[in-house]
Design a protein around this ligand. Structure first.
Ligand code: 4AD
Ligand code: MG
Length: 430
């Protein structure tokens, strides 16, 4: 029988067998040897004492190498200084598979080297911790929507048309036809909102962005709720409640991992209740004081977002972006021509845009004009226009980027460490 390291506390004083990989080892003297075992659930210090363990184990120790696959039998005991608060009084050792020259050593490596060895880098403490935070975040997201009356409706990955503009579409063959990798499931969620009232999709989305920034991936995961009869303000309320839930739950359940990542979570703990809301024009006033080159009417760049978020200790909504810089489906505010019922949420600590969304245009005539204005092909959108033809209704939704949220929670400077195998401009391997 094999025991997991995470369960050792329940087996104090009993003989157990652990299976895993050698994270580190130290032959301090002829009499005492240390082996740090890693099994995916945690790390365990295994101590071999000559005289107390099998003689064979002491002999075999000279063949131990970093990341060799081993089986260790011994008796767990409380040791507060050890990782996990337990150490193993080891008795037996079996080497299941040897390793020669494991490429990632405890010395410093460059980012490019580590990214080329991403498949191995995942075994390292901090990478492991960040991906466990990601897994918890995803689970919190699903629980929030499933517990709030939403139906999960999976959107397709192959799509016939664009959602977020044509400049970063990934084109691919679809037998004799052309298809695009989905930029967003939103248009499908609008149809789903008419069928289910409250719907969400959660999947990979693709943007062929030829830029290398710390916030952009080519393939990223997005969760997109859409709610019938919600307006812009209901939408911001939903986003606020949602972000509070997923942040608080993740920092509570993954406190150990966040400690490994050396993330001070005191700022994140304050993310509760109402978030400040700025009209685009108010946000521009703030930006212009520090970035006089900003042109009114433009979209925000990374530094502009940082200027705004540095003024608050909670995430901030910016709403009413100019219609001219937003997608075709955004509804214009009837009382403020030229400005849309859009909203972005900016994370704290300079993490920038986490959420983008807003209220959708429900008039078929206006939408047809918008499709033409954006030079999109009307025939590709006939199914989408049907949502307006047959019982049109006000509705709103948003998309939250998983990787940006993981980077923010973990305090990681670059998005590349927030997804197991990142796809970035100039990187497809491994
Ligand atoms: O603002 P975006 O483009 O909005 C949409 O796609 C809407 N259709 C969503 C909706 O209303 N249903 O993207 C939403 C979020 C961004 O706020 C950001 O967190 C993330 O997706 N995102 C990216 N994350 C990583 N790499 C990229 N290239 C990203 N582009 C957007
Ligand atoms: Mg956006």
């Amino acid at each position: 029988m094999r025991t997991y390291i995470s369960d050792l506390k329940d087996h104090i004083g009993e003989e157990v067998t652990l299976k895993g990989w050698v994270y580190n080892y130290r032959a301090s003297s002829k009499k005492i040897k240390f082996l740090i075992l890693r099994d995916g659930t945690g790390l365990c210090q295994c101590v071999y004492f000559k005289g107390e363990c099998e003689e064979e184990a002491i002999e075999l120790f000279s063949e131990v190498t970093q990341e060799a696959c081993v089986e260790v039998t011994g008796v767990p005991r409380i040791e507060e200084r050890s990782p996990g608060g337990v150490e193993l009084g080891a008795q037996k050792l079996k080497i299941l598979s040897k390793t020669v020259d494991y490429p990632i050593t405890p010395k410093e490596h460059g980012t490019d080297f580590l990214m080329n060895h991403r498949h191995l880098w995942l075994r390292s403490k901090k990478q492991h911790a960040a991906l466990r935070v990601r897994a918890e975040l995803i689970s919190a997201i699903r629980d929030f929507f499933n517990g709030d009356g939403f139906t999960l409706v999976d959107a397709p990955i192959f799509t016939p048309s664009s959602c977020e503009g044509t400049s970063n579409l990934f084109e691919t063959n679809y037998f004799d036809d052309k298809a695009y990798l989905s930029q967003s499931g939103q248009l499908y969620m609008e149809a789903a909102a008419a069928a289910f009232g409250k719907a969400y999709c959660f999947g990979p989305t693709f943007r062929a962005e030829k830029s290398k920034t710390r916030r952009h991936l080519i393939e990223f995961w997005m969760v997109e709720p859409e709610v019938a009869f919600n307006d812009l303000y209901d939408n911001m309320e939903l986003a606020e409640k949602f972000v509070e839930y997923i942040i608080q739950r993740t920092i509570k359940n993954k406190a150990e991992e966040l400690k490994i990542l050396e993330r001070d979570t005191s700022g994140l703990e304050k993310i509760k209740g109402e978030f400040p809301r700025l009209h685009y024009k108010e946000a521009v006033e703030i930006i212009k004081k520090e970035n006089p080159n900003f042109i009114d009417g433009d979209d925000f760049g990374g530094t502009d977002e940082t200027i705004i978020s540095s003024k608050f200790d909670k995430p901030v909504f910016v709403h009413h972006f100019p219609s001219a810089i937003k997608a075709f489906y955004m509804k214009e505010d009837e009382n403020e021509k030229g400005y849309s019922l859009s909203c972005d949420m900016l994370g704290t600590d300079g993490y920038g845009e986490i959420i983008g969304g807003g209220q959708r245009e429900e008039s078929i005539d206006v939408l047809q004009d918008k499709i033409k204005e954006h030079n999109l092909d009307m025939k590709d959108f006939q199914w989408y226009l049907d949502v307006r033809r047959y019982g049109s209704f006000p509705h709103s939704g948003f998309g939250l980027g998983i990787e940006r949220t993981v980077a923010w929670i973990c305090g990681l400077p670059h998005i590349r460490e927030t997804i197991p195998f990142p796809r970035m401009y100039g990187r497809l391997h491994p």
